[in-house]
Design a protein around this ligand. Structure first.
Ligand code: NAD
Length: 294
């Protein structure tokens, strides 16, 4: 069993740290929020007084923080406390440049490092069923895999350092674009006199099929577990989609990639949030199509 420092015990990091503790690891957590710290303590983690204390003497250091600036500043803060040979697992969803900087800091003190952003949301974190998209050296990925096991059902080896973050932004850009297309089609179908169920029965088994229809159908009825049946409560909030689409656009610019639909999806989701729907599930974007004049 490993000694693990876990920095960032929020909606995602809290349950992930608790799952590591439940699996028998010694987990010492740190967060700026007293409430987050308390929940992790109740779940079996010990609590450090600082990020440096959480990192000191640990075999493994996991971070799950809001954005790249937080990750880089925490890595800089704990740099001298990271032991040579320690394994750094960075699970936040962040920009590629910050992910690269985190790998660079880890390498500067002789630590192994993995960028391992997740998909699966808060329920996946609670249930230990996250998918990790992992980037790093073969040695780092080999070391990380068994440690991710209590938190997830799968680790996909995406390639070298930052490849995990690259996969994450590509995946979520596809998700946003297919959701908007699906929402447009379901509303257009209604206006053409099609029943939602009839369109679902076709699309879910035809070439228009995607996760946005079969798992997260944006109209109530066809998929009883989709947020549309629960007044579009998240799920995956639209403001988180805006964050990921912003990261995708930043990544596209950095790589000179042409992503016109990714760019337009970013604009539409920003508009949706500006209209007051930031806390709504991202499938609620269909409200924009529904409110458009006939
Ligand atoms: P959150 O805001 O609930 O948690 C982040 C935590 O980091 C907070 O508790 C905050 O106090 C803490 N924090 C910030 N700066 C800190 C510092 N310097 N030291 C210690 N703690 C610090 O966010 P979340 O929903 O847990 O998301 C975390 C990451 O996971 C984000 O990058 C997010 O994009 C990604 N993610 C979230 C979801 C989701 O559904 N919530 C899904 C996939 C990925």
């Amino acid at each position: 069993m490993a000694s693990i420092g876990f920095i960032g015990l929020g909606n995602m990091g809290g349950p992930m740290a608790i799952n590591l503790a439940k699996a028998g690891h010694q987990v010492e957590g740190f967060d700026l929020s007293a409430q987050a710290v308390e929940l992790a303590r109740e779940g079996g983690c010990t609590i450090a007084a600082s990020a440096v204390e959480a990192a000191t003497g640990k075999d493994v250091i996991v971070t799950m923080l809001p954005a790249g600036t937080h990750v880089v500043s925490v890595y800089e803060e704990i740099r001298d406390a990271i032991g040579a040979g320690a394994l750094m697992i960075e699970c936040s969803t962040i920009d590629i440049a910050s992910a690269a900087k985190a790998h660079e800091i880890a390498a500067s003190v002789g630590a192994l490092s993995v960028d391992a952003p997740v998909s699966g949301g808060i329920m996946g974190a609670v249930n230990g069923t996250l998918t990790f998209m992992a980037g790093g050296s073969a040695a780092a990925l080999d070391a990380a895999e068994p440690l991710l096991d209590p938190m997830g059902s799968r680790m996909v080896r995406c390639g070298q350092a930052t490849a995990g973050q690259a996969a994450k932004v590509c995946n979520n850009m596809i998700l946003a674009v297919t959701m908007i297309g699906t929402a447009e089609a379901f509303e257009m179908g209604r206006r053409l006199g099609l029943e939602d169920q009839a369109l679902f029965d076709v699309v879910s088994t035809a070439s228009g099929q995607s996760w946005s229809t079969t798992t997260y159908c944006p109209v109530p009825g066809p998929v009883p577990t989709s947020p549309a049946n629960n007044d579009y409560k998240p799920g995956f909030a639209a403001q988180l989609m805006v964050k990921d689409l912003g990261l995708a656009q930043e990544a596209a610019e950095g790589a000179s990639a042409y992503t016109p639909l990714g760019k337009h999806a970013f604009e539409l989701y920003r508009q949706f949030c500006d209209e007051g729907f930031g806390d709504t599930d991202f499938s609620g974007i269909i409200k924009m199509m529904q409110s458009a004049k006939k």
